[in-house]
Write a protein that binds this ligand. Sequence first.
Ligand code: HEC
Length: 152
Amino acid sequence: MNRKTLVAALVGALAAGGMVGGTTVAFAQADVIKQRQENRKATAGEMRAIKAVIDSKGDAKTVVASAAKLKQLENAFDKLFPAGSDKGETKALPTVWSDSAGFQAASKAADAAYDKLAVAAGSGDLAAVTAAFGDTGKACGACHEKFRAKAN
Ligand code: HEC
C-alpha cells in the first residue's frame, strides 16, 4: 500500500467509524435525557410525599428518608448532562452547558437545602420541616428559573 492509498483507507475508516459513533451517541443522548427526567420525576415524588406529611401533620421523622433520597437523586442528576445532550426532547436550557459552574452551584444549593431538611426532620419538629421544605422548593425554583425552559 503506497502512502496515498493508506491515507485514503484511513480517512474511509475514520468516516465509517464516525457514522457508527454518531448513531450510538444519538441513542445514548436520548437515554440520558430520559434518565435525568426520570430522576426529576422521582425528585418531585419525594417532594409530594413530604408535603403530604406536612399537610396531614404527620410524623416529621418520616421525612428523614425522603431527604436522603433527594440527596441521592441530586448527586446523580448533575452527571446526566453530557455534552451533546442539549439536543432532543429536553427542557434543559443551553445555559446548563454555557454556565456549567452556575448549574453545578444551583445543584449544590439544592443539596444544602436537603441537608437542612434532613436536620429538621431528624429533630421531629414539623414546623422546622415545613420551613425547610419551603426553602427546598425555592432551591428547585432557582435552578429551573435559569436552567429549565418554562412549561408551555
Ligand atoms: C440544578 C438544577 C435543578 C434543580 C436543583 C432542580 N431541578 Fe428540576 N429540572 C432541572 C432541569 C434542567 C430540568 C429539565 C430536564 C430535561 O428536560 O432534560 C428539570 C426538570 C424537572 C421536572 C420535569 C421532569 C420531566 O417530567 O421531564 C420536574 C418535575 C422537576 N424538575 C422537579 C424538581 C424539583 C421538585 C426539584 C427540587 C426538589 C428540582 N426539580 C430541582 C433542573 C433542576
